[in-house]
Design a protein around this ligand. Structure first.
Ligand SMILES: NC(=O)c1ccc[n+]([C@@H]2O[C@H](COP(=O)([O-])OP(=O)(O)OC[C@H]3O[C@@H](n4cnc5c(N)ncnc54)[C@H](OP(=O)(O)O)[C@@H]3O)[C@@H](O)[C@H]2O)c1
Length: 240
C-alpha cells in the first residue's frame, strides 16, 4: 500500500537547490510538512522565495550535527528523512593524478550522509523512511570519475546496510544520471551546450530535470513495500 504524504513531516537536507529543492516542492504539493536545509544564504534565500511560505527553509551543513539536531528537534517526529546534499569535493582526474587528500575529500559526502542518518534516527517515526542520493557513476565507470564512483557506490552499499539494520524503517537511494542543476553552474554560459554534449551518447539524449529525479524520491517515500532499493533516474545512463 502506498502512503499519503499529506500531513507527514518530511526533512530534506540539501533541499535548498536542485534535486533536493524539487523534492521539497513535490512533497509540499502533496500536502507534507516540509523542512528543507542547506548551507549558503544564497540558496536559502532563493528556496524561501520559491517556497513562498509553503515549506520551511533552514540552515544546516551535513557535517554539523548540532545544526541538524536543531532542525530535527523542531520537527519532532520525522516521517521521511532525505539527504540530497552534494556534501563533498570531487576531483575529476585519473586516480593516480589525485592526491590522497583530494580523494578523501570526495568521501565527505558519505560522512555527511552518515551524520544525517545518525542524528536523525532517534527522531524517525516507526514506519518512517530514509532516502539518500548516489549517482550513475556508482555503477557506470568512466575515466577520471573514480572519486564519484567510489563514493556513490559507498552510499548505495550504506543504504543496503541501513535497510537491514534499521528495518522496519525503510532506507532507499535514488541514483540520478546527468541532471541540469546548480551543480553545473560553474560551466557558465556553456552549461546548455556542455550538458547536451555530455548526454549525446545516453539512451535518453538530454540532461534530466530535478523534477524527474524528485519523482523517484517521492516514489520511495510513498511505497511502503520498497526498501534497500536503488532507483535509477538516469535516462538509461548506466546502459549507454
Ligand atoms: N546533478 C547531477 O547531474 C547529479 C548527478 C549524479 C548525482 N547527483 C547527486 O544528486 C544530489 C543533488 O545534487 P544537485 O545536482 O541537486 O546539486 P545542487 O543543485 O548543487 O544542490 C545541492 C543542494 O545541497 C546543498 N548542499 C551541498 N552541500 C551541502 C552540505 N555539506 N550540507 C548541507 N547542504 C549541502 C546545496 O546548498 P548549499 O550549497 O547552499 O549548501 C543545495 O541545496 C547530490 O548528492 C549529487 O551528488 C547529481
Amino acid at each position: 500500500m502506498s502512503n499519503n504524504l499529506a500531513g507527514k513531516n518530511v526533512v530534506i537536507i540539501g533541499g535548498t537547490a536542485g534535486i533536493g529543492l524539487a523534492a521539497a516542492i513535490a512533497a509540499s504539493d502533496l500536502g507534507a510538512n516540509v523542512w528543507a536545509a542547506g548551507r549558503s544564504e544564497g540558496h536559502i534565500e532563493s528556496a524561501k522565495a520559491i517556497s513562498n511560505g509553503k515549506f520551511e527553509v533552514r540552515q544546516a551543513d551535513t557535517h554539523d550535527a548540532e545544526a541538524l539536531e536543531a532542525i530535527f528537534k523542531e520537527v519532532g517526529t520525522i516521517d521521511h528523512l532525505v539527504s540530497a546534499a552534494v556534501g563533498g569535493e570531487r576531483t575529476l582526474k585519473p586516480f593516480l593524478e589525485q592526491t590522497e587528500d583530494q580523494f578523501k575529500a570526495a568521501y565527505d559526502k558519505l560522512w555527511g550522509y552518515g551524520k544525517v542518518v545518525r542524528t536523525g534516527a532517534p527522531y524517525l517515526a516507526e514506519d518512517g523512511s530514509i532516502t539518500l542520493v548516489s549517482g550513475s557513476p556508482a555503477r557506470k565507470i568512466n575515466p577520471s570519475q573514480s572519486a564519484l564512483s567510489c563514493v556513490g557506490a559507498s552510499v548505495e552499499n550504506m543504504v543496503r546496510c541501513l535497510a537491514v539494520e534499521m528495518a522496519p524503517i525503510r532506507v532507499n537511494v535514488v541514483s540520478p544520471g546527468t541532471v541540469d542543476t546548480a551543480m553545473f553552474d560553474w560551466m557558465g554560459d556553456e552549461k546548455g551546450g556542455k550538458l547536451s554534449a555530455m548526454t549525446a551518447g545516453h539512451l535518453i539524449k538530454r540532461a534530466g530535470s530535478s523534477e524527474e529525479v524528485a519523482a523517484g524520491m517521492i516514489f520511495v517515500m510513498q511505497n511502503n513495500f520498497v526498501t534497500g532499493t536503488t532507483v535509477d533516474v538516469d535516462g538509461g545512463r548506466i546502459l549507454s
